[in-house]
Design a protein around this ligand. Structure first.
Ligand code: CP
Length: 360
């Protein structure tokens, strides 16, 4: 298991964005929502990454300032979370803001009060709203009616706070700028993590490959939207069902759970046989041909039998590991704990940029 802290004093590779873009240039994100990657320009994305790196360095150095003193943030979760909730709460508290956690069991959302009415109410009470739930349309509606910045903490379609975190992690851990870095995502290419990684790669000029069975290839509209941005940034986005071809030469191998939050139990019957050949194991890492290739996973991960879901899948299908082997997950290539920590710093950047400004 690699929980080594990156050396922030060593020279860092230039941050994201196509060559020639100056992070923090004329970009102003105050009052903006953060709903999906492709709502933003490459310059805005680069500025967020630059701010996240600065906030992380400040926190490490003990020089953090409280840029959001007196602000109030609503955390609206219709799905469970460990990292995203914790990261929003810590990021807000670290900047001096307060948070109020609301879920369907403890609020009227979805039962006695519509998303529209909830958004209008929360917009009068809070300075910003985080939302995690199924429909992208809901987070878009909240942004439309609330009058305050709304941040997408995961929908079925997109997971932009995760891809921002992943971009920061690759910036820190890979030897070259993102525009010269490549990754392969192995798993369900139709899921929110694959979609967000493709969009992030398009914005940052990366070489991104989705490696998935044909049945689970990315949605054509997601690929087309990402490729339209890639035309301007030089990103290379590809899709293949061939694992060896997909991972050849990459700097990073990403994967995600085979069945996402909220998908029905029966989904396992379809996904296990489809995705079993796409498990990240030592052979996959070796097939990159890159001895320094890294492993990343947004977490939670099914790499052993220490969870009730893992044991249930083992009982039904005989699998002791799913999307990644325990060997790779705990091995020297794994940077999953860096990723988990970076949820906080990148979410802090989104809060600061949209509520106080990039230069606050
Ligand atoms: N990666 C991620 O979104 O984690 P949580 O589901 O724990 O928030």
């Amino acid at each position: 298991m690699d929980d080594a802290t990156p050396d922030l004093d060593r020279p860092q590779a230039p941050l994201a964005g196509p060559p020639g873009v100056t992070p923090g240039g004329a970009v102003d994100l105050r009052g903006r929502s953060f709903l999906k990657e492709l709502d933003h320009t490459p310059q805005e994305w680069a500025a967020l990454l630059d701010l996240a790196a600065r906030l992380k360095a400040e926190r490490r150095a003990g020089t953090s300032r409280r840029r959001l003193e007196g602000r109030a943030i609503a955390l609206l979760f219709e799905k469970s979370s460990t990292r995203t909730r914790a990261a929003f709460e810590l990021a807000a508290a670290g900047q001096g803001a307060t948070t109020t956690y609301l879920d369907p069991a403890g609020s009227h959302l979805g039962s006695k009060e519509s998303a529209e009415d909830t958004g209008r109410v929360l917009g009068r009470l809070f300075d910003g709203i985080e939302y995690r739930g199924a429909a992208q349309a809901t987070v878009e509606l909240l942004a439309e009616v609330s009058g305050v910045p709304v941040w997408n903490g995961l929908t079925d379609e997109w997971h932009p706070t995760q891809s921002l975190c992943d971009a920061l992690t690759m910036t820190e851990r890979c030897p070259r700028p993102l525009a010269e870095t490549s990754f392969a995502f192995l798993g369900d290419g139709r899921g929110n993590v694959a979609a967000s990684l493709l969009a992030m790669a398009a914005l940052t000029g990366m070489d991104a490959r989705v490696v998935a069975p044909p049945e689970l290839a990315p949605a054509p509209e997601v690929l087309a939207a990402a490729r339209a941005v890639a035309d301007g940034t030089g990103a290379r986005l590809s899709v293949t069902s061939d694992v060896e071809e997909g991972v050849r030469g990459v700097d990073v191998v990403h994967t995600d759970v085979w069945v996402s939050l909220g998908e029905p139990e029966s989904t396992w019957d379809e996904r296990v046989p489809l995705l079993r050949p796409y498990r990240v194991d030592a052979g996959v890492m070796a097939a990159t041909g890159n001895p320094d290739s890294l492993f990343m996973h947004c977490l939670p991960a099914f790499h052993d039998l220490e969870t009730s879901v893992g044991r249930a899948v083992h009982a039904r299908y005989g699998l002791e590991e799913m999307e990644v082997t325990d060997e790779v997950f705990r091995g020297p290539a794994s940077v999953v704990w860096d990723q988990a920590e970076n949820r906080r710093h990148t979410i802090e950047a989104v809060l600061v940029a949209t509520l106080a400004g990039l230069d606050a």
